[in-house]
Design a protein around this ligand. Structure first.
Ligand code: SF4
Length: 399
C-alpha cells in the first residue's frame, strides 16, 4: 500500500474537527476491525464523501493494492418474460404481454453460445426472467450441452429467484436442486435477485418472488457444494439507510458461516420504464458513498464490484477510489437489463483495450481475471499492437 494512503488515514484520525464516532470508525478501519450495525447507519447518516473515500480506499489498497479486475464475458438472457411482478423491473414482460418478449429454446441458447467460439471469453453469464418452460430439465440440458461444446467456459447462471421457482416445481430441496445442476455443468451463481432483504421494503418492491431467507439459503447450499457466488443490493429507491445496513449485515453473517461469496455488487435503482418511475434516482455522490460504505462494512468480502454499464464509464473510474476493485466486464452488448432500465449505456460493450485504458487512465493496474479471480493477464505494462504507432488524422483537403 502506498504511504500516501496510510498517511491520509492517519491525518484524518488526528483531525481535531472530526467527530468522535467517526474517529472511532476510522481507528477500527486502521486496525482491520469490524464496524457495528449502528456504525454502518452512522456512516450513511453523517459521513462525508471525502472521509468515506479515505477509509474505503485504504481497505481497497490493503486488500488489492492498485489491482483492478475485469473479465471477458458475454451474457445470454433466455427470456424477458416473467411470472413475477417486481415493481422496479424495467426488463420483464408479463406472460400476458408475450408478444413483446422473447423466450429462447435450448437450441437457440447453444447457438448464442457458439457465436463466441472464436473469442477469448472465459465466462458466460446467464440470467433473465422466470417462465414455466425453462425448468430443471431445460437448464440441465443446456448446461450439459454447453459443457460438451466448450468445457473450459465457466457457466455463471441464474439466481435464487429462478432456482427457488424451478426447484419448487421439480419438488427438490435447494441442496438437491443445486447438486443436480452442478453435476450438469453449472459452475457458479451471480448475485441478482437480492434487492433489499428487509420485508418492510421487499414486500413493496418485489412481493411475489423468493424472500430473503430463501435467497440466502440457496446461496448457502451452493457454497456447501463448493460453488462461489456473488451478492447484489438494489439501492436508492424507497429504502432507508438502515435497510441497506440490514441487507449487508445479513450477507456478512452468511459469509461468516459459509465463506462462498466473492463479490458484493451495489446496483443503482433506475427509474425508466417501470412502475416506480415516480421515485427519483439518487445522485452520483450517493453512489460513491454507497460503494465506500459497502467496502467498509463488508470486511469479509474480497471484492466490491461496479457494473460500468449501469453507472457510466466515468462513475466507474471514480468508484475505483471509493472501494471498488472490479469493473465488470467486456459484455459485448449482450445484455439488455441495464439499458431497458434507463442506464447511460444503451448498447453496452467495451473492448478489452478500452477497458484496460479506462483503468489505466486513473492510475490503477488492469488485471484480466477469470470468474474465480485467477489472473488471466496482467495488462499493467502491456502495449496493444497499434498503441505505439503515431495516429494521423485525415484533414479535409480544399481543392
Ligand atoms: S426483477 Fe427478475 S423476477 Fe422480478 S419481474 Fe424482473 S425479471 Fe422477473
Amino acid at each position: 500500500m502506498e504511504m500516501d494512503t496510510i498517511t491520509k488515514l492517519n491525518f484524518l484520525i488526528n483531525d481535531a474537527g472530526l467527530s468522535e464516532p467517526l474517529r472511532a470508525i476510522a481507528v477500527k478501519v486502521l486496525n482491520a476491525e469490524r464496524i457495528s450495525f449502528d456504525e454502518g447507519v452512522h456512516l450513511y447518516e453523517h459521513a462525508e464523501l471525502s472521509y468515506l473515500g479515505v477509509l474505503a480506499n485504504f481497505i481497497r489498497e490493503r486488500k488489492h493494492g492498485d489491482n483492478t479486475y475485469f473479465n471477458r464475458n458475454f451474457h445470454i438472457e433466455p427470456t424477458n418474460l416473467c411470472v413475477y411482478t417486481c415493481n422496479f423491473c424495467s426488463y420483464s414482460r408479463l406472460i400476458k404481454q408475450r408478444e413483446d418478449g422473447w423466450e429462447m429454446s435450448v437450441d437457440a441458447m447453444i447457438e448464442a453460445l457458439k457465436k463466441y467460439d472464436q473469442e477469448p471469453v472465459t465466462e458466460v453469464h446467464i440470467t433473465g426472467g422466470v417462465v414455466p418452460k425453462q425448468n430443471l430439465d431445460f437448464y440441465a440440458e443446456f448446461f450439459r450441452r454447453a459443457k460438451a461444446h466448450r468445457p473450459e467456459l465457466h457457466i455463471k447462471a441464474l439466481t435464487p429467484v429462478e432456482y427457488y421457482y424451478i426447484f419448487k416445481k421439480a419438488k427438490l430441496s435447494h441442496y438437491e436442486g443445486m447438486k443436480y445442476l452442478q453435476e450438469a455443468g453449472l459452475d457458479s451463481m451471480p448475485g441478482g435477485g437480492a434487492e433489499i432483504f428487509h420485508p418492510e421494503v421487499r414486500t413493496k418492491i418485489a412481493n411475489d418472488k423468493c424472500n430473503a431467507e430463501q435467497w440466502l439459503d440457496i446461496h448457502e447450499e451452493a457454497h456447501k457444494l463448493g460453488m462461489r457466488t456473488n451478492a447484489t443490493m438494489l439501492y436508492g429507491h424507497i429504502e432507508q439507510f438502515w435497510h441497506r445496513v440490514d441487507h449487508m449485515e445479513r450477507l456478512r453473517q452468511q459469509q461468516d458461516k459459509t465463506g462462498g461469496f466473492q463479490a458484493f455488487i451495489p446496483l443503482k435503482f433506475r427509474n425508466q420504464n417501470n412502475q416506480m418511475s415516480n421515485v427519483p434516482e439518487v445522485s452520483v455522490i450517493e453512489d460513491l458513498r454507497n460503494y465506500a460504505i459497502a467496502r467498509i462494512y463488508l470486511d469479509n468480502f474480497d471484492h466490491i464490484k461496479a457494473y460500468w454499464a449501469m453507472i457510466s464509464r466515468q462513475t466507474a473510474q471514480l468508484s475505483l477510489n471509493f472501494g471498488v476493485d472490479d469493473i465488470d466486464g467486456t459484455l459485448d452488448d449482450t445484455t439488455k437489463i441495464y439499458s431497458m432500465a434507463g442506464a447511460e449505456e444503451q448498447t453496452p460493450g467495451m473492448s478489452t483495450r478500452e477497458l484496460v485504458e479506462l483503468i489505466k487512465q486513473v492510475n490503477r493496474k488492469p488485471i484480466e481475471r477469470d470468474t474465480l479471480y485467477n489472473v488471466v493477464t496482467d495488462y499493467t505494462d502491456h502495449m496493444f499492437e497499434d498503441a505505439s504507432k503515431p495516429q494521423y488524422y485525415k484533414l479535409p483537403v480544399i481543392n
